[in-house]
Design a protein. Structure first.
Length: 451
């Protein structure tokens, strides 16, 4: 048998190639990476406990490779082919995100590694949105957009061949993998040439800027990449010092002792010059840089509390600048426990249980004794990092880069079944993944304690 490369290795190569390409395309992204790196170092120097905890959880090694990106596609066929392309790199569709609720005519999933080892190796994921032409009221415009999309081919011939080879032989050799990475990269490259004339671009942009972004170009250019920061407030504060303009507010929960879910901010998308098919010059704003700070994954109970508090806070944060916005969030989120013990006791977050010391122990582990074991310092409850996205935050990111327009006529259109039909597969529930991982750690503990 010929030796095949681990898909995790292909993903690692791909995420690095993508980052290199994007730094060349958007130099501010390189500047952002340097700032994030500096702030991460300072944070670790200042907080030896955090440093030790990240070491323990083997999080330190992946801090510098941690990235996500986002793309937007126009047709079911494009989405389904992307699913096959990402499978080559061990990335699978997890979660369903309905952005119509937030006035953006797309729904989405995240292609990401699913198991522990793969996430540790390289957690690179791509937030992938599918345009929903069916939400456009103007029939003629809808038909025009669909026509344009039908005509384009966003994958190179060789990329398609290599996907088929992967599926047939069950893997790619080292040489094939390198070729695959460089061919796959072509799909996500920026093209300064639009495929349509300026009038068509304008008509589509008038309906929604996002529609123009998806329909008028040769392919789904990567629209941002996102490194992971340990102190998002500090990076937000310092962006202007390095000449980049941050988005108005940090999305997600407030700063906490024990971070939950995901906090995100970005710099504003660049206005880039475009050559239209009729040689008309114009501009388009699509590409930006983002940062994220990840915390613990919440159980359905914890998530319901988060959603409720966020809704409450949002009635009071409209139009506020970041500092005041964060102040309101902090007040409202006082109702969300901020210590590991309470998070654990009240079943608000997911944990990975590890045995510290098994001396003098035997007998079964049920949830009562698990609590006791934690209290006795025999078992350590490690927060499981949230690996997914938040629809309200995602909408905030979309809007900050698309001129802030939110169209309420798109609302109330969640349709996971239609998304899955387009994808050609079901999406895995992110909550199932966290619950399974927690349960696996309990099972492991049980064997360790009885074995
Ligand atoms: C995707 C926005 C969502 C995130 O981090 O929540 C996203 C997009 O603008 O295409 O990337
Ligand atoms: Ni993002």
């Amino acid at each position: 048998m010929r030796p095949y490369l681990d898909p995790d290795e292909i993903r690692d190569r791909f995420s690095k190639a993508m980052s290199d390409m994007y730094q060349l395309e958007v130099p501010q992204y390189g500047t952002l990476l340097k700032l994030v790196d500096a702030v991460n170092r300072e944070t670790l120097d200042r907080d030896p406990d955090l440093h030790a905890r990240l070491c323990d959880q083997q999080e330190l090694a992946r801090l510098r490779v941690e990235r996500h990106g986002a793309i937007r596609v126009g047709t079911a066929k494009e989405l389904a082919t992307l699913r096959r392309l990402f499978a080559v790199m061990g990335m699978f569709p997890v979660g369903y995100y309905d952005l119509s609720e937030a006035g953006v005519p797309v729904h989405a999933t995240a292609f990401r590694p699913m198991d522990d080892a793969a996430l540790k190796r390289n957690p690179f994921r791509l937030f992938t949105s599918l345009l929903r032409l069916e939400l456009i009221e103007d029939q003629a415009l809808r038909a025009r957009a669909s026509d344009i999309l039908e005509k384009r081919q966003i994958f190179t011939e060789r990329a398609l061949e290599l996907i088929t080879i992967f599926e047939q032989q069950g893997g790619l050799t080292d040489t094939e993998a390198d070729q695959f990475v460089s061919e796959a990269l072509e799909t996500f490259r920026w093209h300064q040439q639009a495929t349509v004339d300026h009038a068509t671009y304008q008509a589509l942009a008038q309906e929604h800027r996002l529609i123009a972004d998806v329909v008028c170009f040769k392919g789904p250019h990567i629209n941002h990449l996102t490194p992971r920061t340990l102190d998002i407030d500090e990076v937000q504060r310092r962006m202007p010092d390095v000449g980049i303009t941050p988005k108005d507010v940090i999305e997600g929960p407030p700063r906490r002792q024990w971070p939950i879910l995901l906090r995100q901010t970005s710099f504003k998308a660049l206005e880039e010059s475009i050559d239209f098919a009729d040689h008309h010059d114009g501009t388009h704003t699509a590409r930006f840089g983002e940062i994220e700070q990840r915390g613990v994954a919440l159980t359905p109970k914890g998530r319901a509390l988060y959603d409720r508090l966020l809704r409450t806070a949002r009635t009071r944060t409209e139009g506020l600048a970041n500092e005041a916005h964060q102040q309101v969030l902090a007040e409202v989120f006082e109702a969300f426990p901020d210590d590991v013990d309470t998070l654990h006791r009240e079943g608000l977050a997911y944990f990975d249980y590890h045995l510290r010391d098994r001396a003098g122990l035997s007998g079964p582990v049920n949830s009562d004794t698990l609590k006791a074991l934690i209290e006795q310092n025999i078992v350590r409850a490690e927060p499981i990092t949230y690996e997914d996205f938040l629809p309200v935050s995602a909408a905030g990111i979309f809007q900050s880069n698309l001129g802030g327009r939110s169209d309420h006529s798109y609302e109330g259109n969640a349709n996971q079944a239609a998304f899955e039909a387009a994808l050609g597969a079901e999406v895995t529930s992110e909550l199932d993944l966290y619950a399974r991982r927690e349960q696996a750690s309990i099972d492991r503990l049980r064997t360790e304690l009885t074995g």
